[in-house]
Design a protein around this ligand. Sequence first.
Ligand code: GLU
Length: 557
Amino acid sequence: MSTMVTRFAPSPTGHLHIGGARTALFCWALARDAGANGTFLLRIEDTDLKRSSASAAAGILEDLAWLGIGWDEGPEFADGSVTFGGDPRKVGPFHQSQRQAFYDRAFQQLLASGMAYPAFDTADELAAMRDRARADKRTFIYRRPEGYDHAAACARMQTEEHVLRFAMPEQAVVVHDAVLGAVEFPFAELDDLVIRKADGMPTYHLAVVVDDELMGVTHVLRGQEHLNNTPRHVALQQALGYRTPVFAHLPLIFNPDGSKMSKRDKDKAAKKAVKVVGVESALASAGSVDGFSQTADSLNAWLGDKTAQLGSDQLGVLAGVLTLELPEIEVEDFRSAGYLPEVVCNYLALLGWSKGDDIERFDMDEFSRRFTLERIGKTAAKFDREKLQAFNFDTVQHMDPALLAERWRAWCERYDPQVPQVLGERMAMAAEAARQRAKTLRDLRAPLGFVFIADDEIVYDDKAVAKNLTKNEGEGLCVLRDAAVMLGGLADWSPASIEGAINDFAESQGLGMGKVAQPIRVALTGAAVSPGLGHTLGLLGKTSTLARIERCVKAHS
Ligand code: GLU
């Protein structure tokens, strides 16, 4: 029997936000630490039918699986050798859209005890109440009207559109939070919240309370943005005769500038860039890209509304044509940027939690063993991309070459399939050649541009040619000709052997290494910068190397 049940309960309205991943990771770690007594479950909160989608839910499962945050119970997921989810305790289904019968039972119970009541206010009436509150400078708190006739209202609700509201008991609610301590919410701040919408669907508040009870959830970990919801949940739990689980509210995640890290940050960055070039010009470049569906009017409306969001695809197109790097916010952003999942998890573990010593690098096994609610912080955590990058850089630099190649291949298959197609068996050598400055897997491609160009399409950089080949009556070209002869005779074409041969050649000619290496570089890549020569030549192979040198000599003699 599980004695500890944690849950991650995302709403499938878009990609998984990095803050959501942090919540999932902490829930996972707490359950893992309880060993066989711990269960981590995943519940899909899709009661908002308009905003939820099956594809977003599938994407969230995929992102969690990629991060290595496996769930014991919940929607089933299989990818290669990993399988997550299932329903050993028979507490499913795990999509709220399939749990209406449970919510209906709770509505009946609350109606019967008079703790829930139908309300018939129209949108206009509610707006007028809000306006009145604003004019009186008080917060709008909905209460059951004086002299409300419950029996008459229950009869009326059979035929009239209505919502169900919870009659908030007239008392303060104290939330005992494992991180924040006791937090008291006076009755005056707690309204009679809607628990069933006009379409019969439960609101988030009701569904979450019913499900946490029926699924035996013992520990609710979620972001501090939910703290104001918690007294409502506690009051509902009491009204329904449920247990109150342990609550632990996790610190918010802020950008370095102190603003809250949110999906809107991407729109913010894109709006700034579009304003600089102007709507007309942005549209002129983006308009021809497949799938871009904005008009001047829609872009202007988006620019004029601080909260308006365009959606990832549309932003992606704008970022592409404006050569703008959008801030990474969602797990998918970090994944496509080439971060390694274990590094992302390590970094997330530090967002609002500390191990108690100065050691910041650890694996998830250690994290789950050391994780305790007591070490969760109260104050906002800053998301420091440079630190995450430094972690990732460090891991890329120290990874076993074969493993690095394997991880890079998997990344490329999703984001840059041309790379494995062109490199084939040479992936490991290429990864080794390119890793020195690579912070992410995506960075591995840039230093290898020369491999993706045909031998007869290398474009020579004028300055590099002048400096390394034609200067001093073609001194570099002479060296290049002799080097080609030497390389033509080299049998072992491994990076080490090539490197050794070029060294020996430079020595035998009485030349410094630069005098030999730079002409070869320019001939092979067109530029004066490339990975180490052994790897550069090794990747090209002997035939291409000799063909490129011959073409270069001809072009500049
Ligand atoms: N569906 C809610 C969300 O995505 C879950 C909140 C909770 O954990 O209770 O924010």
